[in-house]
Design a protein around this ligand. Structure first.
Ligand code: NDP
Ligand code: OXD
Length: 309
């Protein structure tokens, strides 16, 4: 009988109970630091503590309890040859769409400007926004970016998207490659970053990228903090080139006390909450994938280590 171990820094018993109820044919057990060696074939894990993987000599597959795998792939203790499987949506795409829509509408409907007017007691109508002319550029047209693109096109925005490969999505102008990135940035009013962090995307939003955006553009970043050069972002905001930013992820998390982003008048900060893992759909997906593996099939969400996502 195969063994599935669970490590979660929060309520590990909840994850174990859900997984055990979905996989009665497996032994499902919680692993805690101090437990020692574990003969698990599979591991469902979030934020593994240092030294953990050394206790799993039989490990074949790691299921990360999130969509992003940058931290796991960068973990030097991850044993070579162990497959990594990530979550595909699992309840996160809807949350991410809501988060990004909030940001897009906040700036599109001038709520940042009206908040400043309110602080001055100023009653003044700004010109009405033209949704069909507002260009929203999405970096990353995967599970999260694709869901957002569909919601934005349904609302009537002009949607542009950038990925590694060209995409055919109704109503979305597709860009790819470095030249495609600059071409898209030049036309983008509101830039939403939903890329994974990989060696290729590290600090992709640098001074050149911000300079390529039109005067008055906005950044929404819910991908990863290291996708952005934060000093370049602050300079672009301070110079007035960028109008504002909604940021959920940061180079250092939690965002350190006293960091300029905390108090910048053009920045909204949220504590990495854009889309949180939902135990119900996440455990259903992991159970399904374990059944696929046991049947000799490829799991859905298998990460390509060479690609980094
Ligand atoms: P996907 O793997 O489904 O999508 C990734 C997209 O990025 C794909 O379109 C891919 O292109 C594109 N991409 C990757 N590398 C490059 C590159 N070098 N150049 C151009 N495009 C590239 O991931 P998800 O949509 O599920 O998640 C995206 C990220 O969102 C996660 O990795 C995570 O960092 C973040 N996230 C943040 C959360 C939060 O709460 N803030 C919650 C969940 C996720 P292609 O399609 O051509 O392969
Ligand atoms: C994720 C996240 O990648 O929560 O799932 O950031």
């Amino acid at each position: 009988m195969s063994i599935l171990a669970v490590y979660h820094p929060g309520d590990a018993a909840l994850w174990r109970d859900l997984l055990a109820s979905r996989l009665p044919e497996l032994t499902v057990e919680v692993w805690r630091p101090g437990d020692g060696a574990c003969a698990a074939d599979y591991l469902a894990v979030w934020k593994p503590p240092a030294g953990m993987f050394a206790h799993f000599p039989k490990l074949k597959t790691v299921f990360t309890l999130g969509a992003g795998v940058d931290a796991l792939l960068a973990n030097p203790e991850l044993p070579a040859g162990v497959a990594v499987v990530r979550l595909l949506d699992a309840g996160m795409a809807g949350q991410m769409t809501e988060y990004c829509l909030y940001g897009v509408l906040h700036f599109h409907r001038d709520f940042d400007l009206y908040a400043r007017q309110q602080a001055q007691g100023e009653w003044r109508n700004l010109p009405p926004p033209d949704t069909a002319a507002r260009k929203v550029g999405i970096l990353g047209l995967g599970v999260m970016g694709g869901a957002l693109a569909a919601a934005l096109t349904a609302l009537g925005f002009k949607v542009l998207g950038w990925g590694r490969s060209p995409k055919k999505i109704a109503g979305v102008a597709s860009f790819h490659g470095r030249d495609g990135l600059t071409m898209m940035l030049r036309q983008t009013d509101i830039l939403v970053c939903l890329l994974p962090l990989t060696p290729e995307t590290d600090a992709i939003l640098d001074r050149d990228a911000f300079a390529a955006l039109p005067q008055g553009a906005v950044l929404i970043n819910a991908g990863r903090g290291r996708l952005v050069d934060e000093d370049a972002l602050l300079d672009a905001l301070d110079s007035g080139h960028l109008r504002g930013a909604l940021l959920d992820v940061f180079r250092t998390e939690p965002l350190p006390a006293g960091h300029r982003l905390w108090s910048h008048p053009k920045v909204i900060v949220t504590p990495h909450i854009a889309a949180e893992t939902m135990p119900g759909p996440a455990t259903a997906q992991i159970a399904d994938n374990i059944r696929r593996l046991e049947a000799g099939l490829k799991p859905l969400g298998l990460v390509e280590p060479g690609r980094g996502y």
